[in-house]
Design a protein around this ligand. Structure first.
Ligand code: GLV
Ligand code: MN
Ligand code: MN
Length: 422
């Protein structure tokens, strides 16, 4: 027997786990690349996954809307139609060679929670909106957390001109995918229409597992800064140019990357990563003439992050000067660290307790749609234990029992928010 709220409902167990894991496996089949999961924003795989999620939302009794930037929203009305919504969800784009749970877990758990409410005939004071955002990762366009940013009205028309590595703009990609780029302003939602945002997500780190806990209430999300660096030297013959007369862009970039590592390691909580590098012309017998690489730097403190980033920029310029090369640093995105809302954090912690689990309270090192939504409405996150803390890797893994608990906690948190937000 289920009780309406709390422990007895939790003890019935496995309401969500098997179905949720089966759908996560099914969604993982939507990929650009055979043999791995790669689903970048507006790829054919992303569009197909979107339509699959749309179908599952409709099946769960939601009315479904796809916005001009291809976020999917399924709405389950509350007791009175048109009420402000509690939005639950995450993203369905992935990194290259991804795991199957990052983002997708939060979207499919949201669909499962609404399906459960509908099956029980349970309507809340608030509507529930399940959300599937896109380009959270920034793995196609240099525009991390794009579609949730559009929802909160934090993007301008320049977003349409942002280009991927093949030179395709967001405008062109949207038009090809059947979207409506010129209507991008319609993505913005007025304040108050979304009463709160809640995202279930794998932890992507090792803390829950180390502490033997399944779930955590997330307290804050680290800020980040992202730059593209282009180092220009001079290409030449690998056999004829003496070592002392070279302007090798790759050896200079190597020194710069080590500087990023050194500066990133200098403060607790600070991290710096060079995740992508391209070397031109890229031939065995040619001295590299140009190298482009990315920098991703994060910290719980915006001041620490900005100071470290400035120190890195100086180190890069010094290396370029000393080696006689040019360096161009394009810092295209800065996201402030965000504290999540105390009311939502408490609702999540109480929901985890109601599921028979002891809630940890943890900050997030990774970026999430919730950090953008937090500027728009009370927002929070539930973290779910993942194996060895591995993420952004095909070895990402969760258990069915934890998936079940995560969805239960999401449902319980929604019920608590529905009462406490009045
Ligand atoms: C998103 O996964 C990010 O934190 O980069
Ligand atoms: Mn994610
Ligand atoms: Mn991710």
């Amino acid at each position: 027997m289920h009780t309406q709220h709390g422990v007895a409902a939790a003890s019935t167990g496995r309401r969500f786990g098997p179905g949720l894991m089966a759908r996560l496996d099914a969604l993982a089949a939507f990929t650009e690349a055979e043999g791995q999961l790669t689903r970048r924003y507006l790829s054919a795989a992303h569009i197909a996954a979107m339509h699959q999620v749309q179908a599952w939302m409709a099946e769960a009794g939601m009315s479904v809307r796809i916005d001009p930037l291809m976020s999917v929203f399924g709405r389950y009305e509350g007791k009175a139609p048109g009420a402000p919504a509690i939005m639950i969800g995450s993203h369905i784009d992935t990194v290259v060679d991804a795991g199957r749970y990052d983002g997708n877990l939060g979207v499919l758990a949201a669909v499962a929670v609404v399906a459960e409410l509908r099956e029980r005939g349970e309507r809340l004071e608030h509507a529930i909106e399940a959300a599937a955002f896109g380009e959270e990762e920034g793995s196609r366009f240099p525009a991390h957390i794009l579609t949730s940013s559009a929802l909160v009205g934090a993007v301008g028309p320049e977003l349409l001109e942002v280009r991927d590595a093949d030179g395709v703009s967001v405008r062109e990609a949207l038009a090809r995918a059947g979207g409506n780029p010129e209507a991008w302003r319609d993505c913005a939602r007025p304040r108050g229409e979304v009463a709160a945002f809640l995202e279930l997500h794998i932890e992507q780190g090792p803390v829950l597992e180390a502490q033997g806990k399944a779930l955590a209430a997330v307290t804050a999300i680290n800020g980040s800064v992202r730059s593209r660096v282009t180092v220009t030297g001079f290409a030449g013959h690998a056999g004829t140019v003496p070592m002392g007369q070279r302007r090798d862009a790759l050896t200079a970039a190597s020194e710069m990357i080590l500087a990023a590592e050194r500066i990133g390691a200098a403060e607790s909580g600070l991290v710096a990563t060079v995740g992508r590098i391209a070397c031109l012309p890229g031939a065995q017998n040619v001295i590299p003439g140009q190298v482009a690489f990315t920098i991703d730097m994060r910290s719980p403190s915006d001041a620490v992050r900005d100071r470290a980033h400035a120190a890195l920029v100086s180190a890069l310029q010094e290396t370029a000067r000393r080696r006689g090369l040019e360096v161009e640093i394009d810092t295209y995105q800065r996201n402030a660290a965000k504290r999540l809302d105390p009311l939502v954090i408490d609702a999540v912690a109480d929901a985890i307790t109601a599921c028979g689990q002891e809630p940890l309270r943890l900050p997030s090192g990774a970026g999430h749609d919730a950090m953008i939504m937090a500027g728009h409405c009370p927002s929070g996150m539930i973290f779910l234990r993942c194996k060895d803390g591995i993420s952004h890797n095909p070895a990402e893994s969760i258990t069915m029992e934890d998936a079940d608990l995560g969805a239960q906690a999401l449902l319980e948190a929604v019920r608590r928010l529905d009462r406490r937000l009045r």
